[in-house]
Write a protein that binds this ligand. Structure first.
Ligand code: ADP
Ligand code: MG
Length: 482
């Protein structure tokens, strides 16, 4: 349902599992898919006598993301206990951050049909994950796997600043790209290392007060975030249109039948009785530390894109494709340094190289052909020795099949080199034109389309080896003059 009377308001809470080796407060390993309850030390269970020790790497990753998202880094911060009972929370509280989240404010830029939009962030805080309740393993029991308990997460919370399902989609897409770019999180939503809850409300256009929100959980792909928001917006507008009141509640998305259903109502804020974690000292993050982190950070995709457009002369679309992930951008930089030609390097990466990698499910950094040889191949096409189509299909595949061979030797042995010797080309052209006097007359009386026929004949005589650009040019010259 689309309804012009209403305005949609969305705020997203994204949990990103950090790419550390161990948990937030213990040396327990974090690895996806381990046997249940094999990475659970007494510290993860908060047994009496154990003490948590902060994993420094978590702070570095949080600060890194905070810098990239234009946040203020909170220099005096502390952890707090968020108390609640649940079977998958063996400690009886979650160690989190309450009034002093490590990052405050900030924004993430997305592209919208009306130009760029800076989606405002509320905060980023550090917290530990809970374990996992498994309901479908035993008929009458719930199984608990505590491997995940204590895994470090960042919760990235936006202001209610998104105004459509599409913007939410673009926001998470950009956020996922950024956390991957910075090696903060692997971004795999299907495996749960990036999780999103969407808060949605509608209000009449012009209304200042926010409408009552619902929160939709269990969104395990970016597509589902969009889908769930679309469904919820329709449902909320329908409720408001019939004069009923929206109930503030938590809902779940069922991707099998594209519906949402109520999990629980959420009348008031839960009382978690937060208090500062007595077993961990407060943190003092110095400006020097923040500056040091800044120095280790790679150029962000937006910065590189701008550079590729402004100084390399790439089209915006191509620069965007090259900056899809950091490996592609690195590969582009290294390859361009060898070819000395930005545009053709970008075209080769976006086209044949990425196509091959995608089809064969290999990352570009594992592309098997030596970069020097790829550069030689590109320069080969640039100097007209071989046609791009032939190079990008036949020769590239031959190079992948025989990574020891040089592109030159392969091109020669496969007879792929283009003839651009003007003398040779002229011979074929003369032979062609001599055999078609009638067609030349027709051409001269205006049937300019016949140039294709002449060119085709030259191609045939040369067995496909003539440089067709040179052929067309010479044909035009000869026919024009005569
Ligand atoms: P909690 O879910 O823990 O109660 P918050 O009050 O911090 O937390 O809000 C969570 C998210 O909901 C934030 O992203 C916020 O922007 C968003 N939000 C709050 N109110 C609304 C609303 N009326 N409509 C849409 N989103 C909202
Ligand atoms: Mg919430």
């Amino acid at each position: 349902m689309t309804n012009d009377k209403y305005e949609v308001v969305i705020g997203l809470e994204v949990h990103a599992q950090l790419l550390t080796k161990s948990k937030l407060f213990s040396g327990d390993s974090i690895s996806f898919g381990a046997d249940p309850n094999t990475h659970v030390s007494p510290i993860s269970l908060a047994h009496p006598g154990t003490l948590p020790v902060l994993n420094r790497e978590v702070i570095a990753l949080a600060v890194k993301l905070g810098i990239a998202l234009n946040c203020n880094i909170t220099q005096h911060t502390y952890f707090a206990r968020k108390n609640y009972f649940y079977p998958d929370l063996p400690k009886g509280y979650q160690t989190s951050q309450d009034t002093a989240p490590i990052c405050k404010g900030g924004f993430l830029t997305i592209q919208t049909p009306n130009g760029e939009k800076n989606v405002k962030l509320n905060r980023i805080h550090i917290e530990e994950d809970a374990g996992k309740s498994i309901h479908d393993m035993f008929e009458n029991y719930t199984a608990i796997d505590l491997n995940r308990a204590g895994t470090p997460l960042l919760e990235i919370v936006t202001e209610p600043d998104l105004s459509s399902a599409q913007e939410a989609f673009d926001y998470i897409t950009a956020l996922r790209k950024l956390v991957r770019w910075l090696d903060v999180c692997d971004g795999n939503m299907e495996e749960g290392s990036l999780r999103c809850d969407a808060n949605i409300s509608v209000r009449l256009k012009g209304e200042k007060k926010l409408g009552t929100r619902v929160e939709v959980k269990n969104l395990n792909s970016i597509r589902n975030v969009k889908k769930a928001i679309e469904i919820e917006v329709d449902r909320l507008i329908r409720i408001v249109e019939t004069g009923e009141k929206v109930i503030q509640e938590t809902r779940s998305f069922n991707a099998d039948n594209n519906t949402t259903f109520s999990l629980r109502s959420k009348e008031d804020a839960d009382d978690y009785r937060y208090f500062p974690e007595p077993d961990l000292p407060p943190l003092n993050i110095t400006q020097e530390y923040i500056n040091d982190i800044k120095k280790t950070m790679p150029d962000l995709p937006a910065v590189l894109q701008e550079k590729y457009i402004q100084t390399h002369g790439l089209f915006a679309y191509d620069a965007d494709r090259i900056c899809e992930n950091k490996d592609d951008a690195n590969y582009y930089e290294m390859l361009a340094a060898r070819t000395g030609n930005y545009k053709s390097t970008a075209n080769w990466i976006i086209g044949p190289i990425k196509n091959y990698c995608n089809e064969n499910n290999v990352g570009i950094k594992d592309f098997s052909v030596d970069m020097e040889k790829v550069a030689a191949l590109i320069n080969f096409t640039e100097t007209g020795k071989i046609h791009f189509n032939v190079a990008s299909t036949k020769l590239l595949l031959a190079m992948i099949a025989d990574t020891a061979a040089s592109p030159e030797s392969l091109a020669v042995s496969m007879n792929l080199l283009q003839e651009n010797d003007i003398g040779e080309i002229e011979k074929w052209i003369n032979e062609t034109l001599d055999s078609m006097p009638e067609k030349i007359k027709e051409y001269k009386s205006g049937k300019k389309g016949l140039i294709g026929l002449f060119a085709g004949q030259v191609k045939k005589l040369s067995k496909g080896k003539a440089d067709m650009e040179a052929v067309t040019k010479m044909l035009e010259e000869k026919l024009g003059k005569g």
